[in-house]
Design a protein around this ligand. Structure first.
Ligand code: AP5
Ligand code: MG
Length: 220
């Protein structure tokens, strides 16, 4: 089963993708995570992407589609893909159709996480991720470090980091781009009858349950 998680910055795409990976053995394909890994490794893609990401603008369609293509090549057909943060332009949506067809795969669901934009700046400026495994936390909801270092519930590390693009100004740029370039790809999938909407303002566990119902998966 291949799915797209769609929603603005801070909607909870990464949180729900990580949960689906842990509970249902799917594979998260996050172009944001791939680009951040490229930046960290200092690859040519990373060097090109860094300034664009720090401004909250979009990296070129060709770069992100090539990253997705390469990841799918390395994946067996039995493993379901969760596209997280991709596609986010009409050109990327068209590219994904071609990539999936070449790999003999097809999209089963596009799940839009609907959120109140006013809550997103707060969510994003509160986000920390585990330095070692990348697990996502929220400082007010699940404080990893309020009374000294608390171990990551996944890997036990006590090191956490923030993303350089997680500041109020960049979030507003990212939200504007989501509205202008990404939300308009929804009709591409609505025409196929595969779009579902989930209330992304609900508690993480309730969002998870709603997604599992859509996917026909048992919820643990
Ligand atoms: P990317 O990494 O994809 O960032 P994004 O789309 O802006 O989304 P986020 O990762 O910020 O939010 P999320 O929805 O994953 O939320 P999360 O689960 O972490 O992209 C970064 C940059 O890379 C882009 O700006 C661009 O430059 C580039 N890029 C990436 N893909 C690209 C592409 N395809 N094309 C071109 N450029 C691309 O949750 C956020 C916080 O909220 C966390 O603290 C979490 O704990 C909390 N939270 C989650 N759910 C809930 C809930 N239900 N209730 C309360 N808190 C919650
Ligand atoms: Mg994310």
């Amino acid at each position: 089963m291949d799915i797209i998680l769609l929603g603005p910055p801070g909607a909870g795409k990464g949180t729900q993708a990580q949960r689906l990976v842990a509970e249902h053995a799917m594979r998260q394909l996050s172009t944001g995570d791939m680009l951040r890994a490229a930046v960290k490794a200092g690859t040519p893609t990373g060097l090109e992407a860094k300034a664009v990401m720090d401004r909250g603008e979009l990296v070129s369609d060709a770069i992100v589609s090539a990253l997705i293509d390469a990841e799918l090549l390395a994946m067996g057909p039995e493993t379901g893909a969760i596209f997280d943060g991709y596609p986010r332009t009409a050109d990327q949506a068209a590219a994904l159709d071609g990539i999936l067809a070449r790999h003999g795969r097809q999209l089963d669901h596009v799940i839009e996480l609907e959120v109140d934009e006013d809550a997103l700046v707060e969510r994003i400026t509160s986000r920390v991720t585990c330095e070692n495994c990348g697990h996502i936390y929220s400082v007010p909801v699940n404080p990893p470090s309020s009374a000294g270092p608390v171990a990551c519930e996944v890997c036990g590390s006590t090191e956490y980091k923030r993303r350089p693009d997680d500041n109020a100004e960049t979030v507003r740029t990212r939200l504007g781009i989501y509205r202008a370039d990404t939300a308009p790809i929804l009709p591409h999938y609505e025409a196929r009858g595969i779009v579902s909407r989930v209330d992304g303002m609900a508690a993480i566990e309730d969002v998870a349950r709603a997604i599992d119902v859509i996917l026909g998966l048992g919820h643990s």
